[in-house]
Design a protein around this ligand. Structure first.
Ligand SMILES: Cc1cc2nc3c(=O)[nH]c(=O)nc-3n(C[C@H](O)[C@H](O)[C@H](O)COP(=O)(O)OP(=O)(O)OC[C@H]3O[C@@H](n4cnc5c(N)ncnc54)[C@H](O)[C@@H]3O)c2cc1C
Length: 494
């Protein structure tokens, strides 16, 4: 029996779904938000937020360890991972409760249960079944947004048992409070590198195995070199170009067997293997999209390589009236991209119903900032130098180091640099990469400049407060045309 008719039903309450629910309510829509686990999704519960809460603990430890004496703070430094996890758990709880409060304040109906589309069409509305602890309920909605996200990839030969061989969700479990003596991390992407920094700082002997010839391979080569040097200093043992063939539990822990990544499949058996052992293993090799049992096949919603296929401009699936956003689609797997896509899907869904004060929208992915919370932090946006070369764009680069900046010196944050790329022909900013203190925050200014077509001169003409880390952007932009004040003289480029 259909009890309610909503303007919009959203399946999944991660940063895609819960943002979209609030945005829709802001335009006056009647919204049902369906979540099978915890509000906030991967991001709040087992992703962005818990990792950054733990990162904040490591930052404090590193500050005291590296600068305590010099800054006039003498203490016997003792770390307690269990306390850091408790703090992380509290932050997650508070934010999840905050989201529940926000949904309530916008009068959105939140259903706890597994959501599935069971039928319908754009003319008559869609029926959704919600299976929860208190049985099944059915609702009807004029439009549906699928925002079901993703989960850690499970590879059979990696024998993930969630006890010793772990996913990122396992290692971020509220009860995982013990620091392993040694930790093997499979995958040196963003997530693997962030965990390497956290656990090495708390005292684990960390070994990272990566298939590619470089960690965080999509970043600028100079940034990658800087983080590799830092890993070496931090005694994080990084092994690149390693094909992990299997992971197994042993009497004392775990072992991973590898061979060089360039060995063809039919020669693997005969080649000599390497074995890496540790107490625990974290597998962070990517994520799978949550597309199962949603009723996609019955409705004819297409998937391509495990992702829901959407019109990339409107985010509508190829079934009219049903949209998909965030990790479950084939795009960038970032929380802020999921939220942004929510805005676009809401604009299109509500304007297609009519009567809401909103116009249709199309996606624009030309400026997507990305951040990595290693020590130091990394932030990047726009294109890299290699890509500019491929596209035949003539580039002027500004570069500025933290060690030349007054505020960075005061903070003891002299490590790292910013590089800003501008199109030599028109001076417009086309990308930037930064490694160092507050890099993710600095990149936000560049993203704004790129979005509105500003030039390096435009950034240079803005008064930046002194002394601040934001002056890294000012000096980096001025250096694009050879006029950074705190950089040794070099030929001026206008
Ligand atoms: C360790 C880690 C660190 C990360 N750090 C960052 C970072 O610093 N910055 C960043 O931008 N991104 C980060 N990410 C990625 C980010 O978490 C995801 O890109 C983001 O959460 C995707 O949002 P989403 O709404 O698409 O999906 P999700 O956050 O995965 O949410 C989907 C929700 O849908 C629910 N659901 C699924 N199926 C159903 C169903 N049938 N019925 C009801 N509910 C359902 C799930 O339970 C889940 O709550 C990180 C990820 C991980 C794993």
């Amino acid at each position: 029996m259909i009890n309610e008719v909503y303007d919009l039903a959203i399946i999944g309450a991660g940063p895609g779904g819960y943002h979209a629910a609030i945005r829709a309510a802001q335009y006056g829509a009647k919204v049902a938000l369906i979540e099978k686990e915890s509000l906030g999704g991967t991001c709040l519960n087992v992703g962005c937020i818990p990792t950054k809460a733990l990162y904040a603990s490591t930052k404090l430890i590193q500050q005291i360890r590296e600068h305590g004496e010099e800054f006039g703070v003498s203490c016997e430094l003792k770390t307690n991972f269990s306390n850091a996890v408790e703090r992380k758990n509290r932050i997650v709880r508070e934010l999840v409760d905050g989201i529940a409060g926000l949904q309530k304040s916008w009068k959105n109906d939140v259903f706890n249960g597994f959501g599935k589309i069971i039928g319908g069409d754009i003319n008559n509305g869609f029926d959704l079944a919600i299976e929860g602890d208190n049985g099944e309920k059915t609702i009807r909605a004029k439009r549906v947004i699928i925002a079901t996200g993703s989960f850690p990839k499970l590879i059979p030969s990696f024998n993930i048992d969630h006890q010793k061989i772990l996913t990122s969700s396992d290692i971020l479990h509220p009860d995982f409070k013990e620091i392993p003596k040694s930790l093997l991390i499979i995958g040196a992407g963003v997530i693997g590198c962030e965990f390497a920094n956290i656990f090495a700082t708390f005292g684990s002997k960390v070994t990272v195995l990566e298939y590619l010839p470089l960690p965080i391979a999509t970043e600028e080569p100079m940034i990658i070199r800087a983080i590799m040097n830092k890993f070496e200093k931090s005694e994080i043992d990084l092994h690149i170009s390693q094909n992990v063939l299997s992971i197994e539990k042993t009497a004392n822990g775990v072992k991973a067997t590898t061979c060089p990544a360039n060995i063809p499949k039919d020669e693997i058996e005969s080649i000599e293997k390497k074995v890496f052992e540790a107490d625990y293993c974290l597998v962070s090799i990517g994520r799978e999209k949550e597309i199962f049992n949603l009723g996609l096949e019955k409705l004819g919603i297409e998937t391509v390589r495990g992702a829901i296929n959407v019109n990339p401009d409107t985010l509508e699936t190829y079934v009219k009236g049903i949209y998909a956003i965030g990790d479950v689609t084939g795009g960038l797997m970032l929380a802020h991209v999921a939220s942004y896509e929510g805005n676009v899907a809401i604009a299109n869904a509500l304007s297609s119903i009519g009567g809401f004060p909103i116009k249709p929208a199309t996606t624009d992915y030309s400026v997507v900032p990305a951040t990595i919370f290693t020590s130091p932090n990394i932030g990047s946006v726009g294109i890299r130098r290699a890509e500019a070369k491929e596209k035949n764009i003539s580039v002027a680069m500004g570069r500025f180091t933290y060690s030349s900046l007054g505020k960075a010196k005061c903070m003891g944050e002299e490590e790292g640099f910013i590089m800003i790329l501008a199109n030599k022909e028109n001076g417009k900013i086309i990308g930037a990469s930064c490694i160092g203190a507050e890099a993710p925050e600095l990149i936000a200014e560049i993203a704004l400049a790129m979005k509105y077509g500003l030039t390096a001169h435009d950034i240079g003409s803005v008064i930046h407060s002194h002394p601040t880390i934001s002056e890294m952007v000012l000096e980096g932009a001025e250096d694009v045309f050879g006029m950074a004040i705190h950089r040794r003289g070099r030929p001026r480029f206008v």
